[in-house]
Write a protein that binds this ligand. Structure first.
Ligand code: CMP
Length: 144
C-alpha cells in the first residue's frame, strides 16, 4: 500500500543543525521525498494543524514553539509510509522512545521532540493539503 505522509522538522531541529541527520534517516529507510520546503509557520497554520489539541495544557506553549522559527516540511512516500515514519521517529514521550529512533536519539523534551508526522491516513491527507499545493508534489522514480 503506497501512502504519503506529512512530516515537518521543528524549529529546534533547524536551530540544532540536525536537518541533514533527520532527513538522512528517512532516505536510508527507503522513503521517497515527494515534496519539501522551508517555511515559517503562521499562527493560523499552527492552530489548524493542531486543532485536535485545543484546550490541552500543552497547547499554548506548543503553538508558541512551532511558530518560533523556520521549519522544514516534507511529504514522504512509500509502502505503509504513515506507520513506517512513526516507527522511524519513535514515541512522542522521550522516556518511551527507543534508541535508534529519531526521538530516541535526539530528543529529551516532549515538546521539542524534533519532528512531527501524521498519525493516520485522514490526518496525512489533511496535513499535506495544509502545507503543499498539488504542483509542489513530484512524481519521479527512485533508483533501486
Ligand atoms: P507532534 O507529533 O507535533 O503532535 C502534537 C505535539 O504536542 C507533540 O508532537 C508534542 O510536541 C506536543 N505534546 C504532546 N504531548 C505533550 C505534553 N504532554 N507536553 C508538552 N508537549 C506535548
Amino acid at each position: 500500500v503506497e501512502e504519503r505522509t506529512f512530516v515537518y522538522l521543528k524549529p529546534n531541529t533547524i536551530q540544532r543543525q540536525l536537518v541533514g541527520e533527520v532527513i538522512r534517516r528517512f532516505e536510508r529507510r527507503g522513503l521517497k521525498i515527494v515534496g519539501m520546503k522551508m517555511l515559517w509557520m503562521s499562527k493560523e497554520q499552527a492552530v489548524e494543524l493542531y486543532k485536535e489539541h485545543i484546550g490541552k495544557d500543552f497547547y499554548e506553549p506548543l503553538i508558541k514553539f512551532v511558530t518560533s522559527g523556520p521549519v522544514v516540511a516534507m511529504v514522504l512516500e512509500g509502502p505503509h509510509a504513515i506507520e513506517l515514519v512513526r516507527h522511524t521517529i519513535g514515541n512522542t514521550d522521550p522516556l518511551k522512545a527507543s534508541g535508534g529512533t529519531i526521538r530516541g536519539d535526539y530528543a529529551i523534551s516532549v515538546r521539542k521532540n524534533i519532528v512531527h508526522a501524521s498519525d493516520s491516513l485522514e490526518s496525512a491527507t489533511r496535513e499535506i493539503s495544509l502545507f503543499f499545493k498539488a504542483e509542489e508534489l513530484f512524481d519521479y522514480p527512485l533508483l533501486l
